[in-house]
Design a protein around this ligand. Structure first.
Ligand code: THU
Length: 147
């Protein structure tokens, strides 16, 4: 199993328990549509001042390249509900195994918060890592590259 040590971060005391966010990601995973890979993933996003989480699951397609990852579908649900600043996202793939977001999702999530915290399932315990450590230099058109 990959070592998360270089990426670890602390969980702020005023956030809801990381375990609750991970549980919500596991519940969202139940809705995954993954008939091709057989790999179900759920994600749950925490936004300030909202007790409920935004959730998503992976949604695959017969045309494989059109498939959506769970993290991106949760972020789309968040934006559709009028929120654009997530604080943390929990990701649940295989039970007990940390499911790190793919490169495309790291970029997609960094758009909304490059300092986002990630909660992963490390042997049944929530592990907190930072997106900034996993993906330190996102492309940010709206901040650094505005024409
Ligand atoms: N997947 C996610 O939804 N999130 C990840 O972090 C990794 C991969 C999905 C994409 C595809 O539907 C399946 O898992 C196998 O790659």
């Amino acid at each position: 199993m990959i070592s998360l040590s270089p990426f670890r971060a602390s969980w702020p005391g005023d956030y809801p328990p990381a375990a609750r966010l991970l549980d919500a990601a596991k519940m969202a995973r139940e809705k995954a549509y993954a008939p091709y890979s057989g790999f179900s993933v759920g994600a749950a996003l925490l936004v300030r001042g909202r007790p409920e989480f935004f959730t998503g699951c992976n949604v695959e397609n017969s045309s494989y390249g059109l498939s959506f990852c769970a993290e991106r579908s949760a972020a789309v649900a968040m934006v559709a509900a009028g929120k654009t600043h997530p604080l943390a996202v929990a990701i649940a793939g295989q039970d007990g195994v940390p499911c790190l977001p793919c490169g495309a999702c790291r970029q997609f999530l960094a758009e909304f918060n490059p300092e986002l915290l990630l909660v992963l399932d490390e042997g049944g315990t929530p592990a907190v890592v930072s997106l900034a450590a996993l993906f330190p230099a996102p492309f940010l058109l709206n901040r650094e590259n505005r024409p």
